[in-house]
Design a protein around this ligand. Structure first.
Ligand SMILES: Cc1cc2nc3c(=O)[nH]c(=O)nc-3n(C[C@H](O)[C@H](O)[C@H](O)COP(=O)(O)O)c2cc1C
Length: 255
């Protein structure tokens, strides 16, 4: 019989351990899959609510989210669409599917996203006087990663009500400062468009924006490349190839 310290015994023990561990990890992954999907959906809801400035009372996410109406927008017309079921539509999956997305030309693709889903989910908070908040999904490349987030507009469809990312892999302390609540708060009250223009004027500048500037956002210190990425992605999504046609239709009551 091989001794306890023999090479074959050591290899055998290591192999058995590997098999046991991989079975445990795979079982956990399969068993927890539904929970992970539910957590991701809740995380997204929480971020939409945070961007819209809607408070979650007693941790009841669904009650808070009842104030929000998701709608699909056809990006080629800037009008609402019922071509898919909004509750089962996955924007990120659609953006990767050639049948459900369009390729962007180099000139168009300032956010470095390559393809754009034909339909996009937007979120509305309605009040007695019409739209109170419009929450739009935005994404684009920073330095290391694609940043995914939301920009919320007030009912004038120009003033920023909230901004934030829910997924990115920029460096903590540098590009990762996009998550800093103090930086996110700088966005509130800024104007996306200059009066009479449908070209986005909002964007990050190097250094600190002056208190009276309507469109400038503080740049992220030591993270110019992430800052440029954030400017580009916001300008893309608020521009003519993004949501500007939809916003114009909403203003004209023709969405
Ligand atoms: C380890 C490491 C991580 C970095 N992470 C980021 C980042 O997340 N975002 C970014 O814009 N720059 C990052 N940088 C810095 C860039 O390489 C570049 O120097 C910087 O964007 C220039 O910005 P500044 O002109 O504001 O200093 C990182 C650098 C290093 C060495």
């Amino acid at each position: 019989m091989a001794s306890k310290d023999s090479v074959s015994r050591t290899v055998l023990v290591a192999l058995v351990l590997c098999v046991i561990c991989s079975v445990i990890v795979s079982t956990a992954a399969v068993v927890l899959k539904d929970q992970q999907v539910a957590n991701a959906a809740n995380e997204k809801k929480a971020n939409i609510l945070a961007a819209a400035g809607i408070e979650v009372v007693n941790g009841d996410l669904d009650a808070a989210f009842a104030q929000v109406t998701p709608m699909l927008v056809d990006m080629s017309t800037g009008k609402y669409s019922d071509a898919a079921d909004v509750n089962n539509y996955d924007d990120r999956k659609a953006a990767k599917d050639p049948a459900l997305s369009v390729a962007l030309t180099g000139d168009q693709d300032i956010a470095s996203i390559r393809r754009q889903a034909k339909l996009r989910t937007v979120y509305l908070v309605q009040g007695d006087n019409g739209i109170e908040k419009l929450i739009l999904p935005v994404h684009g490349y920073g330095l290391w990663s694609t940043l995914y987030g939301f920009i919320a507009l007030e009912g004038d469809l120009n003033t920023v009500a909230g901004f934030g990312f829910y997924s990115h892999a920029e460096t903590p302390g540098l590009g990762g400062e996009v998550d800093n609540p103090r930086w996110k708060a700088v966005w509130n009250g800024k104007q996306v468009y200059a009066t009479g223009s449908s070209e986005p004027a909002i964007g990050l500048i190097k250094g600190k924006a002056t208190a009276d500037s309507k469109h400038d956002i503080d740049g992220l210190a030591g993270a110019t490349l992430t800052s440029n990425g954030v400017s580009n992605l916001v300008r893309f999504w608020m521009g003519k190839d993004g949501f500007a046609p939809f916003i114009a239709n909403l203003k004209a009551g023709e969405a």
